[in-house]
Design a protein. Structure first.
Length: 228
């Protein structure tokens, strides 16, 4: 005759309570460790991203022929390639499609040609503690970047490598009149290479997803381990 198994018979009754307790304690330790580690990785990366100076300096840019625009001395906290740029914004006086032509870019679709010539002609100098490190001109420009959604455009005047902690200064001479850009709020700025910034944004997205999933899974396991 087979003796029926009581409904109250649980797995814990078949496994020594000491073993069950050890498994729960181990699960609790692992979940807490993973939770803390994931949170620490996320917090460290977020702090690192927020403390990087992707645009270490920006000042108003003079469009008057023969004038000079000089940045204050600045330092970089990220080694890599930096770009010297003139940032402008489309306005009622200078529509965006016309603005990019004034910077020397190809016309925006559906325009097939530009009705104005480039107006920005400059020379620039990079120095550190009064010593010239590099020179260049707008003739060496690597092109124009645009963000049509915000009507912003950036004319690249040149690029240079920099080391973390290096103190630098940029001087730009305006060689010809560019007063047509007066209403576009022109700004001279130094920015980290766009590729580096975009790569950091991709890494941020991946870290956010992985750490978020890990934190959620660890929290669930912790709740399971705390059940009586």
């Amino acid at each position: 005759m087979v003796t029926p198994v009581p409904n109250s018979y649980l797995l814990e009754d078949a496994v020594p309570r000491k073993v069950v307790g050890m498994n729960r304690r181990t699960l609790r330790r692992v979940s807490i460790s993973t939770l803390v580690l994931s949170a620490a990785i996320w917090a460290s990366w977020t702090l690192w991203m927020r403390t990087r100076r992707w645009v270490p300096v920006e000042v108003p840019f003079s469009v008057v022929a023969g004038s000079k625009t000089q940045t204050p001395e600045f330092n970089v906290n990220l080694s890599g390639v930096y770009a010297i740029e003139v940032q402008v914004r489309g306005s009622n006086e200078v529509p965006f499609y016309r603005l990019v032509c004034m910077l020397g870019s190809h016309p925006l679709w559906p325009k097939k040609s530009c009705d104005v010539s480039p107006v920005v002609k400059t020379s620039w100098e990079l120095s550190s503690s009064g010593r010239t490190l590099a020179t260049g001109s707008s003739a060496d420009s690597t092109g124009v970047a645009t963000a049509e959604g915000s009507s912003l455009a950036w004319l690249n005047l040149g690029r240079f490598p920099a080391r973390r902690g290096q103190h630098l200064r940029v001087t730009v001479h305006t060689l010809e009149d560019a007063s047509g850009l007066s209403s576009t709020r022109p700004i001279l700025r130094v920015s980290s290479d766009h590729t580096s910034y975009e790569s950091a944004l991709v890494a941020t997205g991946i870290i956010n997803v992985l750490c978020g999933m890990s934190i959620l899974a660890s929290f669930v396991l912790l709740l399971v381990s705390l059940k009586a």
